[in-house]
Ligand binder design. Sequence first.
Ligand code: NDP
Length: 290
Amino acid sequence: MSERDVTVIGLGPMGQAIAGALLDSGHRVTVWNRTASRADELVARGAGRAGSVREALAASELVILSLTDHDAMYAVLDPAADALSGRVLVNLGSDTPEKSRAAARWAAGHGAQYLTGGVQASPRDIGQPGSFTFYSGPRAVFDAHQDTLRVLTGTDYRGEDPALAALYYQLTMDMFWTAVLGWLHAVAVAGAHGVSARELLPYASPLLSGLPDFLAFCTPRIDAGEHPGDADRLAMGAASVDHVVHTARDAGVDTALPEAVLAVFRRGMAAGHADDSVTSLVEVLKRAVA
Ligand code: NDP
């Protein structure tokens, strides 16, 4: 077993891309997947096929997990847990910060070290410049393996707490999914009026790519807990969202998304923020609705 040995467990689109990039960079890659046929192409390219999870764990100190979530990780590794001792698990599967902490404790209980990873890339970006992955867990373990991990994407080490990489990953997903759904909703409303997604694109793209300026303006104010209504007022925003809801309703389009947005604006108004900036909604969002 050498530093060139890497095991990849989980060969969905992401695991296949990871194993492929490691092969391309000259690593000796051992793969295992529940559905064995998903390993065929990688084996044809030179990967070793492990006949069992235990065999996969025995092949390398560094074991990269690319499974759907932590439930899948336990389903795969629990039956072979006695083979985890001395291994470094790098879990690139998505799940919550709390589950990442629990997984690190579970791994330590079996004598394994554990890094959490949150991949900010699609499978086709793996091995290409420009993307990165959040990592967290013991610094020394990250340092010892970051040359190998850099084969996949750039690295952004967030700290010792194994929850941190999962937290940053979920924060980006929180923003990504709501932004994408907002765009898709506008596409649906446009479509109801015979306007195609292509026709909307020249307006959608500048709107979204203008957000960094807005974020840069608002961020220091948010961190200072200040939400002056000098540039915008929540009451104006609430009226605007109300118009969006009615535009969708008149077009016969689903209104669940803008209605959910309007409900948050109305909670902000009820909390006395009508004359504050829309950023005051962060104070409303900090508290779970009872
Ligand atoms: P898939 O869901 O397509 O693949 C998941 C893998 O998990 C498969 O190998 C599957 O095995 C395995 N699996 C799931 N459940 C079990 C189980 N109970 N027992 C054994 N094996 C199981 O995911 P991706 O490859 O797309 O992604 C992997 C991880 O990477 C996910 O957590 C995802 O969130 C994250 N990610 C993915 C990105 C993407 O664009 N794809 C981008 C960034 C992160 P089988 O083949 O047998 O079904």
